[in-house]
Each structure stands twice: as C-alpha cells, then as structure tokens.
Design a protein around this ligand. Structure first.
Ligand SMILES: [Zn+2]
Length: 388
C-alpha cells in the first residue's frame, strides 16, 4: 500500500523498517515490512487481514510502537558502540555494515584481529556508562560542509545530499544518520554484547542486545542454569562445587573399574602356568582369554612374564567380535633369538589381522576370533624358527 503521507520508517541504512497496521473504513491491512520504492515513495508491504481496502480510501496508520522503540534502542546503542570501539581499539575502526531490528543490533567494523575478552568488556562498560549518563540525543539538519566541519562521522564512499541529518549524543558521538533514535540514551536501558566474530579479512562483527531484550536473555540463561542445577541435583549456587564433586567421583569410579577389569581378566585366565611349553630351551606361554582389551592384555602379559622368569608370552583375546593380541619376550629370550614383533607378525594373519613391534613387545588386532586356536598353535612353530 502507498499512502500520501506515512509515519512508517522504511528499511534504510541498516535499520529495519516499521511494522504496524493500516485501517480503512472497510478493511485492515497488516504491515510486515516498510520499504523505499521508486520516486522516493514509501511502500507498506503486507496483507489485508479483514474486509477490503480500496484505492482512494481514507486510512489510519498505526506503527507498532513497541517494536519501533526496540529498534530505536538498538540503533542509538550502535552509535555509542561505534564511538566506544574507536576509543578502545583505535581510530582505524570504521563501520563496514550494520543492521538493527527489534531483537538485536549487528555492527561490522574494520579491525585486524579478534577482540580480547578485556577489550569487549571495556567497550560494553563504556557504552553502558554513556547510557547511564542519560545523554540527550539531538538531531540537526545542516549542510554537508557544516556537518564535515562539526566532525560528524560519515561513511567513507557514501553519497550524501546537500543537506544531511547529524545525530549527536553530547560530546561523545556525532554521526550522519537518517535513522530513528531514542530521545535520551538512558532509554536504551542496558547494552550487552553477545558475540564478536570475524566476517571477512580485516572485518569483525559484534552482535548485541539492548533494553528488555537483555533482561529476556538473562532470564533464559537463568532458566537454563536452574535446569542444569536440577539435573545435577544441586542448589543453583552450589552447582560448580557439585560438578567438581561429580568429576572426582567419576575419576574414582573409573580407577575402580580398571582394577576390577584387571581382576576379572586374571580370574578368566585361571591357572595358565601349566600351559607353558619349552621350545628349544625357551619357555613359551601362548594362550587366550575372553573379553580383555589391549590395556588389560598388557597388564596380564607383564604379570605372566614375571611368573615365567624368562621366556615368551603370547596372549589373544576375543572382544566385541574382534581380536586383541600381544606378544612379549624377556631379555633372556630376546638374547636367545626370540622377536616379539616378528612372532606376532607370523601369527596375526590367522586371526585376520596384522601388526608388529619391537623384539621385546608387540601388539596387533584381528577380525576373526575363530582363528585364535590356530594362532596359538602357530606361535610355537614361529618361535622355533627364531631360536638358534
Ligand atoms: Zn544511525
């Protein structure tokens, strides 16, 4: 819809246009977007939600003032933000883009690296300081020459008309701007930076909230926090302490679990020392045990090697449809010619796997548990070939 005059602000300069309602005698038109169209006119985009709207009707236009106020807060805060960024980061900061709607403000600016947490905190504090000072926001229409003389910030490369609007917030900020603003900075209420990120080489982006949106943000955060505390069965104030306690408990349980697993592996193995055989004068213990992972096999291997005194230990274990295997040789066995790495290489194929390692220690994995007995039988043959 186009009307001869309108209080609706059209999307321009990064500020989102107004929402609202246009009523005629016979119909209601809901405005969801306001845009500038050819010939400098303003177009109200939306749909007829009741009755009919006819060319020539008398219309009453009502801007959604709550939304407009939120947009104004976000826009005015962005002026404070730009100045605060220049003061904290340096004069090289220039606007590269900006967008404000009722929910938030987004401001892109030139800066070579990510802001530190300290810089973000400083900028946020400075903007909030200027909000608390409740500075009057003054709009002046003046010639572009006078505007430049006054030191107002303008966008580099932007074309301006002969007369421009200069929006000033005390001595702190002076910018060429056609957007809508609060009357005093205090109306912004509060300013909260949500994020700072890179959008292109040398361009950073800040997203921030103002006014009631800040409160809503903290309320949502509080709700989340309370949920987390409830899930941890802790009073919200004691949540950190509770998490530390839970982590300590988890660590203790893991340690206990490891030690139980080792004990189970040992009892599953039973008395295997009588399975040790002599191969050309070197003792070999090659056997299998169910459901033990690689760490468990290494622990078991160390124990069996100690019991054996001197010799070679080969252990295989079927776990979750796969085979874990280790081979270990004592110094005396290695001197006699045993090589754990070559030994495991020589038998791994029988369990559908491969692997290798050093003369005294090797491990491998396989995919065929059915081959375990054959691999055990093969171990003594491979070892026999290694010994002089
Ligand atoms: Zn502006």
């Amino acid at each position: 819809l186009i009307t001869d005059v309108t209080p609706f602000y059209a999307t321009m300069g990064g500020q989102k246009g107004d929402f609202g309602v246009i009523r005629t005698e016979n119909g209601t038109f809901e405005v969801t977007e306001t845009v500038k169209i050819a010939g400098g006119r303003i177009g109200h985009v939306g749909k007829v939600v009741s009755g009919t709207v006819t060319v020539g009707d008398k219309a009453e236009l009502a801007v959604d003032t709550d939304n407009r106020k939120s947009v104004c807060k976000n826009h005015s805060a962005t002026h404070l933000l730009q100045k605060a960024l220049q003061l904290v980061l340096g004069d090289h900061v220039e606007q590269q883009g900006s967008y404000q709607d009722g929910a938030r403000t987004r401001f892109d600016f030139s800066h070579g690296q990510a802001m530190t947490a300290e810089e973000i905190a400083k900028v946020e504090a400075l903007v909030n300081e200027k909000i608390a000072e409740d500075i009057a926001v003054v709009t002046d229409i003046m010639s572009i020459e006078d505007a430049k003389k006054s030191g107002a910030m303008a966008l580099f490369g932007e074309k301006y008309g002969d007369t421009v609007r200069v929006v000033s917030m005390g001595d702190f900020s002076k910018e060429l701007c056609g957007g809508t603003h609060v009357k005093h900075t205090g109306e912004i209420g509060y300013f909260k930076i949500l994020s700072e990120s890179g959008v292109a080489a040398g361009v950073r982006r800040i997203e921030a909230l103002t006014g009631a949106n800040v409160m809503a943000y903290y309320q949502a955060m509080e709700e989340n926090f309370n949920k987390a505390a409830a899930a941890a069965k802790a009073a919200p104030a004691a949540l950190t302490e509770k998490i530390q306690h839970m982590q300590a408990e988890l660590k203790a349980l893991n340690a206990e679990n490891e030690s139980l697993k080792a004990k189970m592996a040992q009892s599953a193995l039973g008395n295997v020392m009588d399975q040790a055989v002599e191969v050309k004068g070197t003792k070999l213990l090659a056997t299998s045990v169910d459901g033990v992972d690689m760490n468990g096999l290494r622990d078991l291997g160390d124990q069996l090697k100690d019991k054996l005194g001197e010799g070679v230990v080969v252990l295989l274990s079927a776990q979750d449809g796969k085979v874990n295997m280790i081979a270990m040789a004592t110094d005396g066995a290695v001197k006699a010619g045993a090589h754990a790495g070559n030994l495991i290489k020589g038998i791994a194929a029988l369990v559908g796997g491969g692997g290798g390692g050093r003369p005294n220690m090797a491990q491998a994995g396989g995919k065929n548990p059915a081959g375990i007995p054959a691999a055990i039988a093969e171990a003594s043959k491979v070892l026999e070939g290694q010994l002089a």
